[in-house]
Design a protein around this ligand. Structure first.
Ligand code: GDP
Ligand code: MG
Length: 350
């Protein structure tokens, strides 16, 4: 999964990037330089299983973060688009909004960013419609008409100043649009970057942004980037003490990652053995055979069956023998739909 961090200059993008990745890129320098990192998806199930099994290695699921400039924050007045082409390749955006500075206008900033995406998509669509219509006129080949019609529907949505993600399209229509990588069609994880003093009011602040939430598409989170960045630099025990002092259970940046995961319809299953305890990312609805392919194509090809235990049962009964005795380990075939937190042992031959 790839997440692009976007936002106005000085909104705290690089601060959030550092908090999520543990890197130490310069902040507040107006450079708008881009940064990339692969980060681990925090997962207590991996930690707990590892504690139980004591494996040689524990491995979390991973996502890629790209901190990239391109949004001016000028909204409808944005004239030239310098949005990095790399941002179009992201699965979703973490939109960082300044809600910490004394003259912050987070609601307006957020709207400006969305307007900027709408505008950029509009330019892209107009050129594409033109190009395709010219081709139809030249060749008389009408096969492009369905796509042109769809693009025109998208265009009128954008002209109505609404993002493409709000369009009600069929699965096959979305598929037709996929190649364009429209910005306003991507899920948003709106991340309000709040001041230190506002941490206690976080739920109240989030509630003000409920109108930007879209079920299974866009969500709202809030954090104080500055504190999160300090947290990531601390050793585990120091971090724990600091969190307790702040009265929070987990770093808020973990929330951002988990929200992104959920919005994109991603889940994890786990493998648990002495060599390694590991989380693997799949889309919700993936069957056991396809899920095995994430580990290795040989396991998918040679799939015989999956021995599946729910994570909670695993933690309760603790050993494969006890799990089997309690009837908590099921044998499942290829078509079994893997659930979040399934602990799986694949049987296969090659
Ligand atoms: N007080 C406060 N300042 C922040 C917070 N997050 C970022 N900043 C400051 O805002 C400035 C811009 O941050 P930066 O991450 O470089 O923004 P970018 O231009 O969007 O990458 C820096 O001086 C940060 O220290 C925050 O949560 N609280
Ligand atoms: Mg930056």
């Amino acid at each position: 999964m790839k997440l692009g961090i976007i936002g106005k200059p000085q909104s705290g993008k690089t601060t959030v990037f550092n908090a999520a990745s543990g890197q130490q890129e310069a902040v507040g320098d107006y450079s708008q330089a881009s940064h990339r990192a692969i980060i681990k998806v925090p997962d207590q199930r991996v930690d707990q299983l590892a504690e139980l099994i004591n494996p040689k290695k524990k491995t979390y699921a991973e996502i890629e973060f790209l901190d990239s400039a391109g949004f001016t924050g000028k909204g409808k007045n944005a004239s030239s688009f310098e949005i990095s082409p790399d941002l179009r390749l992201m699965d979703a955006f973490v939109v960082v909004v300044d809600a910490f500075s004394s003259d912050a206008k987070p609601m307006a900033d957020l709207q400006d960013l969305i307007d900027e995406m709408i505008l950029a998509d509009q330019v892209l669509i107009e050129t594409n419609i033109e190009k395709r219509e010219r081709k139809v006129n030249l060749t008389g080949d009408k096969s492009e008409m369905a796509e042109i019609d769809l693009l025109k529907r998208c265009l009128s949505q954008l002209e109505g100043e609404k993002p493409l993600i709000d369009l009600d399209l069929s699965e096959s229509e979305w598929k037709m649009l996929r190649g364009y990588q429209f910005l306003s069609a991507k899920p948003l994880i709106i991340t309000l970057n709040i001041a230190e003093d506002d941490i206690e009011r976080v739920d109240q602040i989030k509630a003000e942004y409920a109108k930007f939430e879209r079920e299974k598409k866009s969500g709202v989170t809030a954090l104080c980037g500055k504190i999160e960045m300090e947290l990531v630099g601390l050793a585990d025990d120091e971090r724990q003490a600091f969190l307790e002092e702040l009265g929070i259970k987990t770093p808020a940046v973990d929330n951002v990652i988990q929200t992104s995961y959920a919005l994109l319809g991603l889940i994890s299953y786990l493998t648990a053995g002495e060599p390694e305890v590991r989380a693997w990312t799949i889309r919700r609805g993936t069957n056991a055979q396809k899920a095995a392919g994430v580990i290795h194509s040989d396991i998918e090809r040679g799939f015989i069956r999956a021995e599946v235990t729910a994570y909670v049962d695993y933690m309760e009964h603790k050993t494969p023998a006890a799990l089997k005795a309690a009837g908590k380990t099921r044998l499942e075939g290829k078509e079994y739909i893997v659930a979040d937190g399934d602990v799986i042992l694949f049987r296969f031959n090659v």
